[in-house]
Design a binder for this molecule. Structure first.
Ligand code: HEM
Length: 328
């Protein structure tokens, strides 16, 4: 499931470091001096340099690079991506029943999150030709094969991973989003989808918006496990921020989430004032964008806590064997 914001955050540090090597968290003084000398954005002092590079790229051939640059440029507003995207998978009982049955999200949330981010980061950083990116896709496919996942649910997640980050950047970002970025993210998620055997995904951004919309209308409704999954997610985000601010975190995240998802997860839909305040806060957070080259990040720190001795793609995620029928 896509979770591209933190994915991107650790793409730089977790995925760039060699497999098995512990991701670094803080810049060394030498690195800081180097970035200060060269300029903070792609080694320049031009805040628009990533956009200029994006505009020079081909949206199909270079979709992966466009997606990476997009996430770097809007890194701060993407704080509104992870929880709402995860909750979109809990809101549809066809998905939440499977997710709840594995127990990973309720009982090992941090590991589940970190592994997801590391695997996504490998794909985004290295692509799908032989190497760590393809290995990561293979690992994810092995996990998915253990479950009976409906093809439309895969499509819905490809659409969510495209539409939601664009929505956040368009509404709360520091600069307008361009057509090439919409197209680039669409193509990247289609490419990823091909490697996950996602069939019949819409081929345009507008098609993805329409699919997501209809999917939320048709498939999202309350069942108790939706709420259990969402509670464990919001509790995690609450714990990431010191009290008393932490207590506001679930309210903030719910106020950024699509009302259909909020209600299907069993929460009261935040009213227009709460949504307005959350939007203003996210806009203020977004003022830190464009994210500077080599910025330290909390996700890399999380990964280094869980895997102080490093990690390997093959060992990430779950290794559940398919249930064999019992013979007597
Ligand atoms: C294009 C869409 C999707 C992407 C990119 C994706 C990505 C991922 C990733 C990166 C992991 C690894 C998590 C870990 O390391 O623990 C994972 C695991 C998993 N995914 Fe997906 N996924 C997608 C669609 C779905 C859908 C539609 C379902 C339906 C319920 C699903 C259910 C699972 C399950 C059950 C696991 C195993 C871990 C667990 O038990 O929670 N995924 N997926």
């Amino acid at each position: 499931m896509l979770s591209a914001y933190l994915t991107q955050l650790i793409a730089d540090r977790g995925a760039r470091s060699a497999i098995g090597e512990s991701p670094r968290v803080a810049l060394t003084s030498k690195e800081s001096a180097m970035f200060a000398r060269r300029g903070p954005w792609l080694g320049t002092n031009d805040r628009y340099v990533r956009l200029r590079r994006i505009e020079a790229l081909d949206p199909v051939e270079d979709c992966r690079e466009i997606t990476k640059l997009f996430y770097e440029d809007f890194g701060s507003v993407m704080i509104g991506q992870l929880a709402p995207s995860l909750m979109s998978t809990y809101a549809a009982p066809r998905m939440s029943r499977i997710l709840a049955s594995s127990g990973e999200l309720q009982h090992r949330f941090t590991k589940r999150l970190v592994d997801t981010l590391l695997l996504h980061a490998q794909m985004l950083e290295h692509g799908y030709s032989p190497g760590p990116g393809r290995e990561a896709a293979k690992r994810v496919n092995e996990m998915h094969r253990q479950y009976d996942i409906h093809p439309d649910d895969f499509v819905s997640q490809s659409c969510e991973a495209t539409v939601w980050p664009i929505h956040l950047a368009e509404n709360y970002g520091w600069r307008p989003v361009t057509d090439i970025e919409r197209r680039g993210l669409t193509e990247y998620n289609l490419l990823q989808g091909k490697h996950f055997n996602v069939k019949n995904a819409p081929e345009t951004y507008e098609g993805m918006v329409a699919f997501r919309d209809k999917y939320l209308d048709d498939h999202c409704f309350f069942e108790p496990q939706n709420r259990a999954l969402a509670d464990s997610t919001l509790t995690f985000f609450e714990s990431m921020v010191p009290a008393p601010l932490g207590r506001l975190m679930p309210k903030f995240l719910l106020a950024l989430t699509d009302p259909r998802i909020v209600v299907a997860c069993g929460y009261k839909n935040p009213g227009p004032i709460a949504r307005r305040i959350a939007g203003i806060v996210l806009k203020l957070i977004g003022k830190a964008d464009p994210v500077r080259d080599g910025s330290p990040d909390f996700a890399a720190e999380l990964a280094s806590k869980i895997y102080p001795d490093g990690w390997e793609v093959q060992k990430l995620g779950t290794h559940v064997k398919a249930q064999q029928p019992q013979t007597h």
